[in-house]
Design a protein around this ligand. Structure first.
Ligand code: HEC
Length: 194
């Protein structure tokens, strides 16, 4: 039939291989087929809470090494005490804003949502809750509040102070910094008599 015996051998071998492969594979298409090298299909990963012989403490979930910082969560290195508030005031300053003109506008939204009930719309310390018996906070326009460095205000917003609750879980660090230019604007308005 064919002139070349080499080609005949080759084709016969290919035919045999195809036949044996089709015998090896299942014909039941509803059932999963045979898997070669299943280790490559199924990851041998350990479940988070399972035991693990590869670590000395036998656990899969390892505790974080000391000093680990979660992505996007810079730790606030100041404790909730008045001394630490002073230290924050001396060491921290507001992050630079790309557009100082529009910075108070962003802070206004935060101030009006979170601070107005106590501090009042102008920061004078006459918010609604003070008319219902809550002790009035000092005016944010007073000399004392004006002299507070940004870092100390950031600390006060973060940890609270006296009757003022902490805002570290409600406002991100960025939002806590953002409100400060608006407080400064309110303070300037008093200076110029607006
Ligand atoms: C539940 C009422 C309340 C809310 C809400 C509140 N504060 Fe206060 N705030 C106070 C009180 C009361 C004080 C005085 C604390 C003290 O005893 O020293 C104060 C003090 C301050 C001071 C220090 C003023 C000074 O002269 O010592 C700043 C700054 C301040 N608040 C900013 C804010 C900002 C910004 C917000 C909103 C994110 C806010 N506060 C929300 C009640 C409140």
């Amino acid at each position: 039939m064919w002139k070349s015996p080499k080609l005949t051998i080759l084709l016969t071998a290919a035919l045999l291989m195809t036949l044996s492969a089709s015998l090896f594979l299942r014909s039941d298409y509803a059932a999963p087929n045979r898997e070669f090298i299943p280790e490559m299909v199924y990851s041998p990963a350990f479940a988070t809470y399972s035991g693990n012989p590869h670590f000395t403490d036998g656990k899969t979930q390892q505790t974080f090494p000391e000093g680990t910082v979660a992505r996007g969560h810079l730790p606030f290195a100041y404790g909730p005490t008045p001394e630490e508030a002073l230290r924050a005031g001396a060491e921290l300053s507001s992050p630079p804003t790309p557009d100082p003109e529009s910075a108070p506008a962003a802070g206004r939204v935060i101030f009006e949502s979170f601070c107005i009930p106590c501090h009042g719309s102008t920061g004078a310390g006459d918010g609604t809750v003070t008319q219902r018996g809550f002790p009035s906070p000092p005016s944010l326009k007073a000399e004392h509040a004006r002299s507070l460095p940004d870092g100390q205000i950031f600390h006060i917003i973060t940890w609270g102070q006296g009757n003022m609750p902490p805002y570290r879980t409600m406002l991100s660090p960025e939002e806590r910094w953002e409100v400060i230019p608006y407080i400064r604007k309110l303070q300037q308005e008093t200076e110029t008599g607006n």
